[in-house]
Write a protein that binds this ligand. Structure first.
Ligand SMILES: [Zn+2]
Length: 191
């Protein structure tokens, strides 16, 4: 038996077993267009499942893109780029630079906004709806120097490598938002 108050239904929707405020089993899941919230008729608890903000960074070195294999679930071993959730109190740009620094030990000097796409991120017993904002930056240096300066300190990335844009297969990327953003990146850099 699952004793957790929060569970994922077969259709991928999150649901509470009982009210987190008063423990009533009468809590209702309301799914409106594009959003979910939970209402408890017994104590007036009303929680919205708002989108989480997340970021991703395309790092270009000598016309090649940095990618790595994801070490952790979800989408373990699929291709990833530096990125993650935006912390409380952070801007998108700050989160992007922090995540890049944490995951590959490189602090980008200047990042440029590219595009954003919605995404679904299943993590353990929760499914997060996110809005993923993508940035890109060009590393001024050669490939060998860049690759040798990478330090995968937080254990989220392995097999860091540079792939030329024309050889990128968007199906190899971990998330739908990333696959769409790769297409936008290719167009942007061809201009
Ligand atoms: Zn309640």
């Amino acid at each position: 038996m699952n004793n957790s108050n929060f569970h994922i239904k077969p259709d991928g929707k999150n649901e509470f077993h009982f009210c987190p405020n008063c423990n009533s089993k009468n809590i209702k899941t309301i799914t409106d267009i594009g959003t979910t919230h939970w209402i408890c008729p017994d104590c007036d608890y009303d929680l919205y499942n708002n989108n989480a903000a997340a970021v991703g960074l395309f790092l270009i070195v000598e016309n090649k893109l940095l990618v790595f294999s994801r070490v952790k679930e979800p989408q373990k071993s699929k291709l990833g780029i530096p990125g993650g959730f935006v912390n409380k109190g952070e801007s998108l740009e700050e989160a992007c630079i922090r995540e890049c620094s944490e995951e590959i030990g490189i602090i980008p000097k200047e990042i440029n906004y590219l595009c954003s796409f919605p995404n679904v991120y299943p993590y353990k017993t929760l499914v997060y709806s996110t809005c993923d904002a993508f940035f890109f930056t060009e590393y001024r240096g050669n490939s060998e120097e860049f690759l040798s300066s990478i330090k995968t300190l937080d254990g989220e990335a392995e097999n860091c490598k540079l792939i030329s844009l024309e050889n990128l297969n968007s199906d190899d990327f971990a998330f739908e938002s990333m696959r769409k953003a790769v297409a936008v990146l290719k167009k942007r850099l061809q201009k």
